[in-house]
Ligand binder design. Structure first.
Ligand SMILES: Nc1ncnc2c1ncn2[C@@H]1O[C@H](COP(=O)(O)OP(=O)(O)O)[C@@H](O)[C@H]1O
Ligand SMILES: [Mg+2]
Length: 366
């Protein structure tokens, strides 16, 4: 498998999209986008339902043709190349296994189509089944397997012919939470072992944060932000990104100078220092786990933003406790902290102080 990677490695980009778009009559499924996927990268397409994820995947796979733009594979124009010649493997949410065939026959299928020698087929199928932990189940039919095992067959059938690129469209969507988390770990391990480029689709932001080298966040058929999980979580550019990924507190106001924001008459908070374009309203975001709650008589750190308010609700959700506070100047702020025992958790109606470091906040660009 490693050899295949080295042989194919004559350019840095596996896939390049230039001005690629897709419309269906009056419906724009995907606006013209530019995107490069690096060799060996794990890139996730994340976005709400209808944002264009499957359309983008189908364009790369060749299942549909673009309305405008080009698609390059290894710098080669494949815009009009038939799907089966692209050498791109697919894993689907509904597994798409052939029910009358055994596990072995399902995994062997892509090699049979390629007319490989039966001995080579057996060796490759067994290696793939080993990689996904299914050795010993090769004579079962799909209906004799659990959902997780069926998806492992789907993955084995994809990796068996060593495609340079693997695309997965919500592959864990049909599985329950625990199994989904376990399979996330297994797919990540396979990615490391095989060194293959993976383009992964999910609408689950935690899955995207956990698995990806980079996340491409889509909304309404457009890329709203492309970056590492860290960048999207800690440096969201827009309100949409801040709200789609994780939880966020958004405070509106007007930035004055390069590090202060006016949030009410005579009330200012500090924001990270930067040159900013004059606007009548800015939004600053601070994650709930960066907001600390203290008693009124406790000292707060020098340079922190401090607001006083009253606890509205406090919910104990296991390891974390989520507390909502209404501040004196009319903001509703959520703080999330590691849970303490009941007697020391903030109670509704108690007066508290909130503080956060300006460096833990982000002024959104749009
Ligand atoms: N064959 C089609 N005909 C008309 N509209 C389509 C077709 N396929 C997708 N769309 C529309 O394009 C948009 C993006 O769809 P899709 O790529 O499937 O989104 P996602 O996978 O993110 O849920 C949606 O508004 C969808 O209704
Ligand atoms: Mg989809």
């Amino acid at each position: 498998m490693g050899d295949a990677k080295v042989l194919a490695d004559h350019s840095a980009h596996a896939i390049t999209l230039r001005g690629t778009s897709k419309t269906y009559g009056p419906v724009t499924a995907l606006h013209p986008i530019d995107l490069t996927v690096d060799k060996g990268e794990f890139l996730t397409l994340l976005g709400p339902s209808g944002s264009g994820k499957t359309t983008l995947l189908n364009l790369i796979a060749g299942a549909i043709g673009p309305t405008t733009g080009t698609i390059l594979l290894d710098e080669r124009d494949i815009t009009r190349m038939p799907p089966r010649e692209r050498g791109i493997g697919m894993v689907f949410q509904n597994y798409a296994l052939m029910p009358h065939m055994t596990v072995f026959e399902n995994v062997a299928y892509p090699l049979r189509v390629r007319r490989e020698h039966p001995k080579a087929i057996r060796a490759k199928v067994m290696e793939s089944l080993d990689r996904v932990g299914l050795r010993g189940l090769e004579d079962r039919k799909p209906r004799q397997l659990s959902g997780g095992q069926q998806q492992r067959v789907g993955i084995a059938r994809c990796i068996v012919y060593s495609p340079a690129i693997i695309m997965m469209d919500e592959p864990l969507g049909a599985l329950d939470k625990n199994l989904r988390e376990q399979m996330q770990g297994e797919i990540k391990r396979l990615h490391k072992e095989l060194g293959t480029t993976i383009i992964y689709v999910t609408h689950d932001q935690e899955e995207a944060l956990n698995m990806s080298d980079r996340i491409c966040l889509l909304s309404g058929g457009q890329i709203v932000q492309l970056g590492s999980p860290d960048e999207l979580y800690f440096q969201p550019r827009s309100r949409f990104v801040a709200e789609f990924i994780g939880e966020s507190n958004l405070i509106s106001g007007r930035v004055i100078g390069n590090d202060r924001m006016k949030i009410a008459e005579d009330r200012f908070i500090l924001v990270p220092k930067a040159e900013r374009i004059e606007k009548s309203e800015h939004l600053v975001m601070v994650r709930p786990e960066k907001v600390r709650i203290s008693k009124l008589d406790e000292n707060t750190a020098e340079g922190d933003n401090v607001l006083s308010g009253e606890v509205v609700s406090s919910s104990f959700i296991g390891g974390m406790t989520r507390v909502t506070i209404n501040t004196e100047n009319g903001l509703s702020i959520t703080a999330k902290m590691v849970s303490a025992r009941a007697h020391s958790r903030p109670e509704p109606a108690s007066k508290v102080r909130l503080c956060w470091s300006p460096s833990d906040s982000v002024v959104l660009e749009n």
